[in-house]
Design a protein around this ligand. Structure first.
Ligand code: ZN
Length: 332
């Protein structure tokens, strides 16, 4: 779940601290073009995937466990849909579609000198530290909870487990490209970090890109992934205006690659089918001074999405999609 300050969201069995309400379902007029575009890309992607598999690039590791980014509460929560049509050949200007399916041998060490910070949403131990994570922190526009417990599937697979698992897979993939990778947390602290510290970690690391990994806690039937882009915020301690444009580039690349590698569709409940949502209410984005996006990989509360999120093979595909988007972004 994402960090929303609103309490208008649906009841999250995992705690009142995670108030993400599913937004009203919307049909997107943009889905058809996306579907067509994906149909064109899929054969190429499949070939790339086969090549990658042949080279042993995929390793399904890790056990099930948790994940999740949160959902925007209600229809509001500062979410503005339609940040742009998801571009299947990501990167309107800088993309190089050919590199998206490049084999490891083609890209090895391509990210030497680049720093990527991965922010696994929530923390498996947050649930034992509700007092601490409910403490309010300054996010520029207002004060919000330090962190939240996150959501879980109906069978109890927690978002926090999921985010760590995908983060580990993503770290491995990026390190194989030569990148320096840092996690904001690795279940190595009793709770948090708070959202302001999560942002600070990326800033202090002078990260070239930061991705915050989540899975949503929306209603049954609400499916698909979406990438959350920072809206411009210049208020109080927050001034993220310098990262809005590059973060949008990063987010579009990740969304395109995530759709391709996982074969899943953009959210059917936010973003008008683009897979992109812009928000100004998330501390992790408001306080970032380096390119950063969130990704809600799916809806843990929908049984079909949950079947994907709890699959280690699917999580590997998810990590690969995110990794390829980051690689494309960093290579310009
Ligand atoms: Zn979350």
């Amino acid at each position: 779940m994402s960090y929303t300050g609103s309490n208008s969201g649906p009841v999250d069995p995992f705690g009142a601290s995670d108030p993400f309400g599913p937004p009203p379902p919307r049909r997107s007029p943009l889905r058809r073009p996306l579907t067509l575009a994906l149909a064109v890309l899929v054969p190429g992607a499949l070939l790339g995937w086969l090549a990658f598999e042949t080279l042993g690039g995929t390793g399904n590791g890790g056990s099930d466990g948790g994940g999740g980014a949160d959902r925007v509460a209600g229809a509001g929560a500062g979410a503005s849909a339609g940040a742009g049509v998801l571009d299947p050949t990501p990167a309107g200007g800088n993309e190089k579609p050919g590199t998206l399916t490049a084999s490891p041998s083609e890209t090895a060490a391509g990210l030497a000198g680049k720093v990527v910070v991965i922010d696994p949403g929530h923390n498996p131990s947050n649930v034992e530290h509700t007092a601490e994570i409910n403490r309010k922190v300054d996010i520029g526009t207002n004060r919000k909870e330090c962190d939240t417990t996150g959501t879980s599937t109906n069978s109890g697979y927690s978002e926090a487990e999921f985010t760590l698992d995908v983060a580990h897979r993503l770290r491995t993939l990026l390190q194989q490209q030569g990148a320096t990778v840092k996690l904001t947390q690795d279940s190595d602290r009793p709770f948090g970090p708070c959202v302001d510290e999560r942002a600070r970690i990326g800033n202090t690391a002078h990260a070239d890109a930061v991705v915050s990994i989540h899975a949503d806690g929306a209603g049954a039937g609400q499916r698909g992934f979406h990438v959350i882009l920072p809206g411009a915020v210049h208020e109080g301690i927050a001034d993220n205006r310098g990262i809005v444009a590059p973060s949008k580039d990063l987010g579009k690349l990740i969304a395109g690659d995530f759709a391709r590698t996982t074969g899943t569709s953009p959210s059917n409940y936010v973003g008008d089918g683009t897979g992109l949502v812009t928000r100004e209410d998330l501390g992790g984005l408001n306080l970032s001074t380096v390119p950063k996006v969130f990704i809600e990989c799916g809806n843990m509360r929908d049984t079909k999405d949950a079947a994907l999120l709890t699959s280690s093979a699917w999580r590997q595909q998810a990590a690969r999609g995110i990794s390829e988007g980051i690689v494309s972004f960093l290579r310009g």
